[in-house]
Design a protein around this ligand. Structure first.
Ligand code: B12
Length: 224
């Protein structure tokens, strides 16, 4: 019988082959793809996130877990699309203009994917206009920007301003080693998180605020 707890454990321990086998087994037994995602992959990645936050896991363990998660996702993704299951939200993520650092961004992207988000990674050295274009074309709920250099941090403010100027209704989230909550407040970003696990919590919080605001204003109030 399909064992989603064992699948979550396989993700936590980064056992890619076991994760793939258990995912396939659940699919073969007609377990709903959404259930496999939530009770297997996301449940596992949530534990990975908590351990990372508590310094029980480091970058390599997270990357290995994310690799197992990605392998399972490859089997699950077409079924999720077919079943019409909606992701928790769409996140467009990139590294600020002039900045080539992407290890942290990639980790955040992987954790968000594990957290049930559709993640559109637009790479490094991304111009504010590209963030705007992609936010529009992907119907993003959140635009996430990473910066590792003090010299590229102001580019995050440029992204926030460019989105406002283009009237794109989207939440913004920033992060990277030199970034702080104070800086996020200063540039008017909606959220900041210090690490990849907290980024998932923050993204969930932003999505829920966004949904509540939408309900208050009515369904057609803020189409992207
Ligand atoms: C690896 C590295 C590089 C690699 C990057 C490879 C790659 N593919 O990313 C290379 C060699 C290319 C590089 C180049 C440079 N680097 Co460099 N680099 C680093 C280093 C050692 C590690 C960064 C890293 O990957 N950390 C691990 C990840 C997991 O952590 P993280 O990025 O902080 O991400 C976490 C959080 O911040 C957060 N997060 C990250 N992004 C986001 C986004 C969102 C939305 C959210 C919510 C959260 C979030 O979650 C992540 C996971 O928990 C740091 C030193 C350090 N200890 O930070 C220097 C460092 C960042 N680099 C530095 C410098 C100066 C440079 C160069 C200018 C060097 C040079 N003279 O050429 C160039 C700049 C190139 C450019 N234009 O970007 C300085 C920056 C100083 C400053 N304050 O501005 C640092 C701090 C080193 C130092 N002490 O001087 N670098």
């Amino acid at each position: 019988m399909a064992d989603l707890k064992a699948l979550a454990e396989a993700i936590i321990n980064g056992k890619r082959d076991d994760a793939v086998r258990l995912t396939q087994q659940a699919i073969d037994e007609s377990v709903a793809p959404e259930k496999i995602l939530n009770k297997g992959l996301t449940a596992g990645m949530d534990v990975v996130g908590k351990r990372f936050k508590n310094n029980e896991f480091y970058v390599p363990e997270v990357l290995i877990a994310a690799r197992a998660m990605n392998a399972s996702m490859e089997l699950l993704e077409p079924l999720l699309v077919k079943s019409g299951a909606k992701p928790r939200g769409v996140v467009v993520i990139g590294t600020a203009r002039g900045d080539l650092h992407d290890i942290g961004k990639n980790l955040v992207g992987m954790m968000l994917k594990g957290g049930g988000f559709k993640v559109v990674d637009i790479g490094i050295d991304v111009a504010p206009e590209t963030f705007v274009e992609k936010a529009k074309s992907e119907h993003a709920d959140i635009v996430a920007v990473s910066a590792l250099l003090t010299t590229t941090m102001p580019q995050m403010g440029n992204v926030v301003n460019a989105l406002k100027k283009a009237c794109v209704s989207v939440k913004t989230m920033i992060g990277g080693a030199p970034v702080t909550q104070e800086y996020a407040d200063e540039i008017g970003a909606d959220g900041y998180a210090a690490d990849a696990a907290s980024a998932v919590d923050k993204a969930r919080e932003l999505i829920s605020t966004r949904r509540k605001a939408r309900l208050k204003r009515g369904p057609s109030a803020d189409a992207p």
